[in-house]
Design a protein around this ligand. Structure first.
Ligand code: 0X9
Ligand code: ZN
Length: 414
């Protein structure tokens, strides 16, 4: 059975390079310095007041550089505003479409087995589904696949459950709430591959532990970013004259407060109410179902090399922040030891920026998960969200070192 499906995976897509319809011709990416608190505040205000500015990367750390994607119509105005505030900037990417064309590649899927495909290509949503179902067929006593929801456009949203036993501690891992962050589902798939197909190497994180993994929270957005708009972030449900909600502003804990927009045109649109999206409802339902047994919720995003924990809605810290920090630090240390890659560890508001309505905050506050972490994986490619397919293997193997170390810390203290 597995062979048949590996074969179907191999023939399903033989296209090495994807081209998307939405053009970013004339769009530029600026790299912007923030030296003073006032300059950082100006950037935050720009994000809030211009729906068409897409801050690809922004951190509150003074001295850090922000990256912003700017349509032609706003370039002169932005340059003027930045200059007026003495904010230094450079044009990092003069024509985004040209850079995307050079960089977007999904990898060649011809005659690869499933593990090779995971390490060298970005799988489409149906291929990911097929892979999960193959694993369940191959390991029926250890693995189960559940359809836990449907996206707005009707795609199945599935979890894979590995090593489900009564009284086990549960680790819930999700990825792909933000469509364009392709390396996140790729990393979740590698975690699935390791736990399912190499379980003998991972006994220390499987003993007394059940893993529930949801590799693509937002399949409509994910597919849209493959087919039409490589830089799509949100869900795909219409909102007035616009489309999509930022899933990570849609959770019902301090919903709609800081760092979220009420404008449907914005990339950080909070939605027309908490849990307005079927995709965020699905994550909520899974966490509610696991309530009591789930100790660790890890949500994968990109990019920036951060291990973030609550709160995202305030600079205050949760009561048990030391426990969460210890787990996150274990992940960062393991990665640094393995490859030298440095991760910043801290609360979202304190090390990145304040943004309310995130899944991590909701999991900690409302579903009794004691360790809740957002992992911002490494960037790559020209824009940051487009690491070439040839770099998937190195990236997911490195990230898996960190995920394993965090899981081990949780398993040892449960
Ligand atoms: O802004 C986000 O949703 C995350 N960064 S991303 O670049 N992947 O979009 C960070 C979320 C951190 N958690 C909360 N703010 N709750
Ligand atoms: Zn994200």
């Amino acid at each position: 059975m597995i062979f048949k499906n590996v074969f179907s995976l191999a023939i399903l897509t033989v296209v090495a390079y994807a081209t998307t319809n939405r053009s970013y011709d004339g769009y530029k990416v600026y790299e912007v310095q923030q030296q003073t608190r006032e300059q950082a505040d100006v950037l935050r205000q720009l994000e809030q007041s211009f729906d068409d500015l897409d801050f690809l990367h922004l951190s509150k750390q003074l001295g850090s550089t922000a990256r912003v994607l700017v349509p032609p119509a706003l370039q002169a105005e932005l340059e003027e505003t930045l200059s007026k505030h003495g904010i230094q900037f450079i044009e990092l990417i003069p024509n985004v479409q040209r850079s995307l064309d050079e960089n977007i590649n999904v990898g060649t899927k011809k005659s690869l087995n499933a593990e090779e495909a995971i390490l060298s290509t970005y799988l489409r949503h149906s291929e990911i589904d097929n892979y999960l179902e193959d694993l369940a067929r191959k390991h029926p006593s250890q693995i189960r696949v559940d359809e836990v929801g449907k996206s707005y456009e009707g795609r199945p949203i599935k979890t894979i459950t590995i090593n489900d036993k009564p009284n086990n501690t549960v680790i819930f891992l999700d990825a792909g709430i933000h469509a364009r962050e392709w390396i996140a589902p790729a990393t979740a798939l590698y975690a699935i591959n390791q736990l399912a197909e190499h379980s003998d190497e991972h006994q220390n994180i499987l003993e007394n532990v059940t893993w529930v993994i949801l590799p693509v929270v937002n399949p409509d957005g994910y597919e849209f970013s493959h087919q039409t708009d490589r830089l799509w972030r949100k869900t795909r449900k219409p909102a007035g004259h616009y489309i999509g909600t930022d899933g990570n502003r849609n959770f019902d804990f301090h919903w709609g407060e800081v760092g979220a927009s009420s404008s449907p045109a914005s990339e950080i649109y909070r939605g027309d109410g908490p849990f307005s999206e079927p995709e965020t409802q699905t994550v909520r339902n899974v966490l509610q179902r696991l309530q009591g047994s789930c100790k660790f919720y890890l949500t994968l995003h990109s990019y920036g090399n951060y291990l973030l924990y609550p709160w995202g809605w305030t600079s205050d810290l949760p009561n048990n922040w030391r426990d969460i920090d210890e787990v996150a630090q274990a992940g960062a240390d393991a990665i640094e030891k393995a490859t030298g890659t440095y991760y910043t560890v801290g609360s979202s508001t304190n090390v990145l920026y304040a943004a309310a309505g995130g899944s991590d905050d909701w999991a900690l506050a409302k579903s009794n998960v004691s360790i809740s972490i957002t992992m911002e994986l490494p960037g790559g490619g020209s824009i940051g969200f487009d690491p070439p397919a040839s770099s998937i293997e190195k990236s997911v193997k490195e990230s898996w070192v960190g995920i394993r170390a965090m899981a081990l810390k949780v398993a040892q203290t449960s």
